[in-house]
Design a protein around this ligand. Structure first.
Ligand code: Z5A
Length: 210
């Protein structure tokens, strides 16, 4: 595989959507072919699974059901989009990947990390992102940013859930060298500049591979 695999992560409301387009545009301006995609979702079938995951319904979803749906969506996305793109030498920018599963299903829901490890090994083996841009923001500030909008099934969770999500992400950021932790409490132009600096350094390091 020749292309780079870049993910953007963070809890709800940290500004992923507000920043990912600028990241993709910056890479394209360098002449790179970039596939911009997201999880859960990224293919029609995987987007249907996303709808199942996000919709609020009367029947509560068991945490294990949630975990399996996340990985079912990911298996489809890898097969149809991510692996073919990387094999072509394209760069992939993905809004969330398996780190979100460690943060939400592991940290938030309290599922056993070894179950997530096993499913990750089954679904993507040793394929890991080359770079992860992690937007870090206090939960209270994130809540304030999203307060006017319709809340999906995850966004209805309580503060303790999101504190656990953030704390898991911060642990991952300490553990993995591929992480770039961005202070998402800065004004948006500063966040974008910070990301651009890290992205440029990564492109210089990773370079176009033959
Ligand atoms: N999920 C999971 O459980 N397990 C998994 O493995 C995966 C996902 C892959 C959907 O993800 C849900 O899936 C997610 C976890 C679960 N649930 N939650 N929560 P998603 O990524 O589609 O959903 P999201 O996290 O809610 O993302 P979002 O709606 O796109 O929010 P965001 O991208 O982080 O924020 P934003 O929309 O860019 O910004 C929010 C507001 O803040 C907006 O008004 C902006 O204008 C404003 N903003 C942004 N940046 C700033 C700054 N710097 N200053 C001030 N205001 C700002």
């Amino acid at each position: 595989m020749n292309g780079a695999f870049i993910t953007i992560e963070g809890s709800e409301g940290v500004g992923k959507t507000s920043n990912v387009e600028a990241m993709v545009a910056r890479l394209r301006a360098k002449g790179l072919t970039v596939v911009h995609t997201r999880e859960p979702g990224g293919t029609p079938l995987a987007e249907d699974i996303r709808t199942l995951l996000l919709d609020v319904r009367a029947e509560p979803m068991a945490s294990l059901t949630e975990l399996l749906l996340v990985f079912a969506s990911r298996a489809q996305h890898l097969d149809q989009v991510i692996r073919p793109a990387l094999a072509r030498g394209d760069w992939v920018v993905c809004d969330r990947f398996t780190d979100a599963t460690y943060a939400y299903q592991g940290g938030g829901r309290g599922l056993d990390i070894s179950q997530i490890d096993q499913l990750a090994a089954l679904v993507h083996g040793d394929l890991q992102p080359d770079l992860t841009i992690y937007l870090d923001l206090a939960v209270d500030v994130a809540f304030e940013r999203i307060k006017g909008r319709d809340h999906d099934r995850f966004e209805r969770e309580q503060r303790a859930f999101f504190e656990s999500v953030r704390s898991t992400y911060r642990t991952l950021a300490e553990r993995h060298q591929r992480y770039e932790l961005i202070d998402a409490s800065q004004p948006l132009p500063d966040v974008q500049q910070d990301i651009a600096t890290r992205l440029d350094a990564f492109v210089a390091r990773f370079g176009p591979r033959s």
